[in-house]
Design a protein around this ligand. Structure first.
Ligand code: NZQ
Ligand code: ZN
Length: 391
């Protein structure tokens, strides 16, 4: 196991009706003027936004609102949010929505207290300071409610890039599984896929003997395998929603990733797809992961065979571990298809003729060195080959 530090100070409030505690939570963390940031229509239609506003009013906390965050959030609204926060003297950003709203909120929080262009953080500068952020989560997926990360797309050039820093870890996150019951099945499935990707991308490590985190990841993957189909079959299954919601947080606040190298090639390869085609991040991952895993399998075939046996119930073939490894990848792919995820470029809405452009932006765009490096180092040609496998 490698040396590590782990700092995850988010205060979680989990369960039914907990959004009514928003005002108290903001007060607890010193907020005196709030920006409520939200997405399209779901938070208004469900009445959630109204309940959150009532809670702030009850606690005597003034607020301004800014809606309109799109999935795969854009830089334009972030600039707008930063201006609004400065003009209104906002000292707390409250995200009401999914990963896109939370990431946009984190970018606004960091940009408001920074003299330069907030995009500097998405070019590699670490976020050391930000306004405090709180979240009220409406979809179990990105894990942004417990992570120190934010992903934004710069409209000019459509670069989708991430920024990190403990300063943007939410001060509190309110997790009410019932709020996720209004999700369309496709979004639920995309969320399930993203959570599983966060687990797989930590499982794919070059660090030896990390049994605790290996076993935690396997347990969470087994949970997703069990609970995923239950929420697709019955969107109102509160207990299954609850298990998935907590799994989504644990999968990405790095509890399962400490002391080990991690992959993230699948995420980087996918980010170009959701940037160009505006597809759901999880749907893009469903098409990306099986291709990446097959391409990189021989780098450590026993690791793929291990997850095949322990999670997907495959029989270990000691003479031909590559057979077991491949069976596990296929079982995972079939699982994703069974919950309604796309299986190839066509179903995702991606185009074969864009492959050279996708690989170029991925490896060279916005200051990248000509390759990406995770579990395996991938050249631009490797990335082109992987995209071709998805057609
Ligand atoms: O805008 P509204 O109307 O709210 O609709 C949203 C959106 O269309 C809808 N939705 C959310 N909650 C709902 C609901 N519809 C009905 N009922 C509800 N309760 O779902 C759609 C997707 O929302 P979005 O926030 O985009 O989903 P998700 O949480 O999957 O976030 C995706 C973004 O997070 C980034 C992704 O790249 C993508 O941009 N990621 C962020 C990470 C992080 N910060 O740590 C890590 C992830 O790997 C990921 O890259
Ligand atoms: Zn993700």
């Amino acid at each position: 196991m490698e040396n590590f530090t782990f700092y995850s100070p988010t205060y979680f409030v989990f369960g039914k009706d907990t959004e009514n505690q928003a005002g108290e939570c903001v007060k607890r963390f010193g907020g005196t003027k709030v920006l409520i940031h939200y997405g399209g229509k779901s938070a208004i239609a469900s009445g959630l936004l109204g309940r959150v506003e009532d809670s702030l009013k009850k606690s005597g906390i003034p607020y301004v609102t800014l809606g309109g965050v799109k999935p795969n959030p854009r830089s334009g609204l972030v600039y707008e949010g930063i201006e609004l926060c400065k003009k209104e003297g906002v000292d707390f950003v409250l995200a009401v929505g999914g990963g896109s709203v939370i990431d946009s909120s984190k970018a606004i929080a960091a940009g408001t207290v920074y003299d330069g262009d907030f995009w500097d953080f998405y070019m590699g500068k670490r976020i050391e300071e930000a306004l405090p952020v709180g979240t009220i989560l409406t979809i179990a997926a990105a894990g942004s409610e417990g992570s120190g990360d934010s992903v934004i797309t710069k409209e000019e050039g459509m670069f989708k890039r991430g920024a990190s820093g403990d300063a943007i870890r939410p001060k509190f996150s309110i997790l009410n599984p019932a709020l996720t019951q209004t999700l369309p099945a496709y979004q639920s499935a995309a969320g399930i896929t993203d959570i599983m990707a966060h687990l797989y991308e930590r499982y794919l490590t070059n660090t030896k003997e990390v049994e605790v985190t290996d076993r935690l990841i396997e347990a969470l993957l087994l949970t997703m395998k069990h609970e995923g189909p239950r929420v697709i079959a019955d969107p109102n299954n509160y207990e299954a929603r609850a298990n998935i919601m907590w799994a989504g947080m644990v999968a990405h606040n790095n509890t399962c990733g400490v002391g080990r190298s991690q992959d993230w090639n699948s995420h980087n390869i996918e980010h170009e797809l959701s940037a160009l085609y505006d597809c759901a991040h999880g749907a893009g991952l469903a098409v990306t992961m099986p291709a990446v895993f097959k391409y990189c399998m021989n780098h450590d075939v026993m690791r793929f065979a291990k997850v095949a046996v322990r999670v997907w119930g495959c029989q270990m073939d000691f003479d031909h571990p590559e057979v077991t490894a491949l069976e596990g990848i296929e079982a995972f792919r079939n699982f994703l298809i069974s919950i309604g995820m796309p299986k190839n470029f066509e179903e995702l809405g991606a185009k074969e003729e864009d492959i050279p452009k996708l690989a170029d932006i991925l490896c060279n765009g916005d200051g990248r060195p000509g390759y990406i490096e995770g579990f395996v180092k991938l050249s631009e040609e490797d990335c082109r080959n992987i995209y071709k496998m998805m057609v």
